[in-house]
Design a protein around this ligand. Structure first.
Ligand SMILES: Cc1cc2nc3c(=O)[nH]c(=O)nc-3n(C[C@H](O)[C@H](O)[C@H](O)COP(=O)(O)O)c2cc1C
Length: 223
């Protein structure tokens, strides 16, 4: 495939993707296709490579219906989606946490010796450069921002193989959190609910064309 064909294919996927409100309840995404979607999430970039997320795939009907009761933005999507993913943001991404040490030593492969200087560097970054240690919320928001990268990548990757999606923030966070806690699937010590996304196949064609501002309104060039 040449460059022009590749670009067309990618833009076609962007045109295909829309926030799907109702999925065809009889069409399920194959395991292989869903693993592919998850893999694009897993491979997503994150600030400092902290991967401040977890993807909770909720396939339990009862749990989905409970969430739906407090999710005004997911009324049609939650019961009909083939797969529902809740993106959780990690709370333990402070420079001095065990998790950060784990990432450096076990994932990035740093020796104990090489790791020694790391916490001081990221203390400065988190405390003074991006100021996310001022309160707990700021740090969680930083993690939450990171989760929107796999969110977008998974939706685009899905669209490229003809799979629909809908990102969702339309829910009462406190109530969904309580439901997840009660079901024993959210460790509140470590995770905070960030955003949801439903995947499946559209029940019907979208009613509206994608509405977007023109490029010269969105982009400003500085020469
Ligand atoms: C972070 C985020 C949260 C969203 N939450 C909801 C939601 O709760 N329910 C919904 O139906 N659509 C939701 N949307 C979809 C947007 O309304 C939609 O993407 C936007 O209107 C543009 O339309 P399009 O995606 O069809 O091009 C959300 C989109 C994003 C990016």
């Amino acid at each position: 495939m040449n460059n022009m064909q590749k670009k067309k294919e990618i833009l076609d996927a962007f045109a295909f993707r829309h926030a799907t409100k109702q999925f065809d309840p009889d069409r399920k995404i194959s395991d292989e296709d869903f693993q592919f979607i998850l893999e694009t999430g897993r491979l997503s970039p994150s600030s400092v490579g902290f991967e401040a997320w977890k993807f909770l795939v909720v396939q339990n009907e009862e749990l989905r219906m409970k969430i739906r009761e407090v999710a005004f933005g997911g009324q049609g999507q939650l019961p009909t989606a083939s797969h529902l993913v809740l993106l959780l943001a990690r709370k333990d991404v402070r420079y001095d946490s065990e998790y950060v040490e784990y990432i450096y030593k076990n994932i990035k492969g740093l020796s104990d010796e090489a790791f020694k200087s790391i916490p001081a560097v990221y203390k400065e970054f988190q405390e003074n450069d991006i100021r996310i240690l001022e309160n707990e919320r700021a740090l969680i928001d930083w993690s939450s921002k990171q989760t929107y990268i796999p969110l977008a990548n998974m939706m685009t990757a899905a669209a490229q193989i003809g799979i629909d999606s809908c990102p969702m923030e339309g829910y009462n966070k406190e109530k969904v959190t309580a439901i997840l806690k009660k079901a024993g699937v959210l460790d509140e010590e470590v995770y905070d609910l960030s955003v949801m996304v439903a995947f499946g196949y559209r029940a019907s064609e979208p009613k509206h064309q994608q509405a977007r501002r023109p490029i010269d309104e969105v982009v400003e060039w500085v020469h």
